[in-house]
Write a protein that binds this ligand. Structure first.
Ligand SMILES: Nc1ncnc2c1ncn2[C@@H]1O[C@H](COP(=O)(O)OP(=O)(O)OP(=O)(O)O)[C@@H](O)[C@H]1O
Ligand SMILES: [Mg+2]
Length: 259
């Protein structure tokens, strides 16, 4: 082995160590963040969920005492019940999110998981006349991921695209391999839709907890925060942007190739 080969090998090893260190630091920061969110969610649950249950019981009791046949009374009580149940669901969903289980990592084929996830939303795709194009580069390396959580990411992203194009549109899904700055092979997943896109101000808030422009449709705005959390837990990257040359949103996810 020449001196140059030896030096290259050492640099490569150093780069690998730096990457591993960065990954474990990111995971630790993520675990601390999740712990704070979990504590907050449980506090919130105690302070809000229990009183909501008492209010709902009270409203149920009142329905036996008032004249529900009177349309103004009946509809008011029904509105109150719906509002209480909705608030309860928001807290419940937040609790589910905050108590996200640790990753169960295994090597997996991202193309297969993407196809499975498309199958899970097939009904919505068909109902809204969404055309899917898949461009999966052959020979893309396997990834080290939690299959269920990555499927959760994909389903959330596909549903967002469908909801942005209720009258029909196109979703393009691409999987390819790319090299990181440190020369490491990474797997890139791109999801493009041709809906209306996201106004610039909203782009900055799209990953925030409870940010939604679809509240009136019953959405609560935890989809993209869940997506971001899961990708962060994997030490991956996610970018959300409006397409430059066309209408619609482009999402790019980069994951490490796994051995
Ligand atoms: N593909 C998209 N096209 C247009 N807007 C989008 C797209 N994806 C996300 N958004 C915008 O980002 C917001 C936040 O998305 P997110 O998935 O977090 O919440 P949501 O879809 O509103 O609710 P939930 O996912 O909890 O049902 C959406 O309300 C919408 O305004
Ligand atoms: Mg969503």
């Amino acid at each position: 082995m020449t001196g140059e080969d030896d030096r290259d090998k050492k640099i490569e090893e150093l780069n690998k160590t730096i990457e591993m260190l960065k990954f474990s630091q990111a995971q630790q920061a993520q675990a601390e963040k999740m712990k704070i969110i979990d504590e907050f969610a449980h506090g919130l649950s105690h302070e809000v969920k229990n009183p909501l249950a008492i209010i709902l019981q009270g409203v149920d009791y009142l329905t036996t005492k008032v004249n529900m046949a009177d349309p103004s009374i009946g509809s008011t009580i029904e509105y109150m019940k719906d509002a209480i149940k909705r608030a309860d669901k928001v807290i419940g969903d937040f609790l589910d999110f905050s108590s996200m289980s640790p990753l169960e990592l295994e090597t997996a084929d991202l193309s297969a998981i993407t196809d499975n996830s498309l199958e899970l939303v097939r009904h919505q795709l068909e109902a809204h006349h969404i055309e899917i194009t898949r461009e999966f580069q052959p020979g893309v390396p396997l990834v080290m991921i939690d299959k269920n959580k990555i499927a959760q990411v994909l389903v959330n992203l596909f549903l967002n695209a469908v909801q942005a194009m209720p009258e029909g549109g196109k979703i393009a899904v691409k999987i390819s391999s790319v090299k990181s700055q440190a020369g490491k092979i990474m797997v890139k997943l791109e999801i493009d839709d041709n809906g209306p896109g996201i106004p610039e101000d909203d782009l900055l808030r799209a990953f925030d907890f409870f940010f939604t422009t679809k509240r009136s449709k019953g959405n609560i705005g935890l989809g993209l925060s869940t997506v971001k959390t899961i990708i962060d837990m994997h030490g991956g990257e996610i970018k959300l942007e409006n397409k430059k040359d066309d209408n619609g949103v482009k999402i790019t996810i980069i994951l490490k190739a796994g051995q």
